[in-house]
Design a protein around this ligand. Sequence first.
Ligand SMILES: C[S@@+](CC[C@H](N)C(=O)[O-])C[C@H]1O[C@@H](n2cnc3c(N)ncnc32)[C@H](O)[C@@H]1O
Length: 239
Amino acid sequence: MSDQQAVTEMFDDISPRYDFLNHLLSFGIDKRWRRKTSQWIARQQPTAILDVATGTADLAIRMAKDIPSASIVGVDLSVKMLEIGKQKILQKQLDQRIHLETADATHLPFGDNSFDAVTAAFGVRNFEHLEQGVREMLRVAKDDGAIAILEFSHPQKGFIRMPYHCYSKHILPRIGRSVSKHPSAYRYLPESVEAFPDGETFMSLLKETGLTAVGMRRFNGGIATLYYGCVQKKPVTLQ
Ligand SMILES: C[S@@+](CC[C@H](N)C(=O)[O-])C[C@H]1O[C@@H](n2cnc3c(N)ncnc32)[C@H](O)[C@@H]1O
């Protein structure tokens, strides 16, 4: 089994408890981070949005509420995460605005220049091939399209870093295991965050793959970071 298949299986397994644990383990702050991401995307005024690694569709739903003129496609490899997302979309009567389908973010089934904005929340660190996933996001975005990637990061300041480290390494995996009944999923979470090249390193990767006007905004001392930028496809012509 590949690493990607193992990750997909893990998300399938924890899908019934995913939303509950997300909000519990983050004390609900994750909703604020997604709202900030959605607000940045709303300012770009997109009409066609792709949300990759959409999971149970929380960011897609947030964007549908914040951007009434937008239609949103969400893709994910975990069929069970998507099933829960579809139920939530139906309950909120957003099924005319949000469409979910199974797809690998590193091989997106969409043509070049298809979307005004492409987003990902807490998804990219799970990609087996991070750079390939980012390249795909840029490929399917239109010229001048917007990219927003929300991801966990490494808090910089000692007074946050120490307690956060203790919480994520020792407390979070125990609560996660006892609620989800999955032996390792919530140990994987801090390990995958630790392994992710965050901050300036990830900004450099975004620039190398062709994103311009790249910026980042750290939330809650750097527990999570929003990376954003603009896709520039036309070559710059010198006069
Ligand atoms: C931590 S969840 C995030 C879900 C959602 N975006 C959110 O904000 O809660 C990560 C998701 O990434 C998905 N994922 C991981 N690798 C993927 C890939 N290569 N293609 C599509 N989805 C992927 C997983 O199946 C999982 O649903």
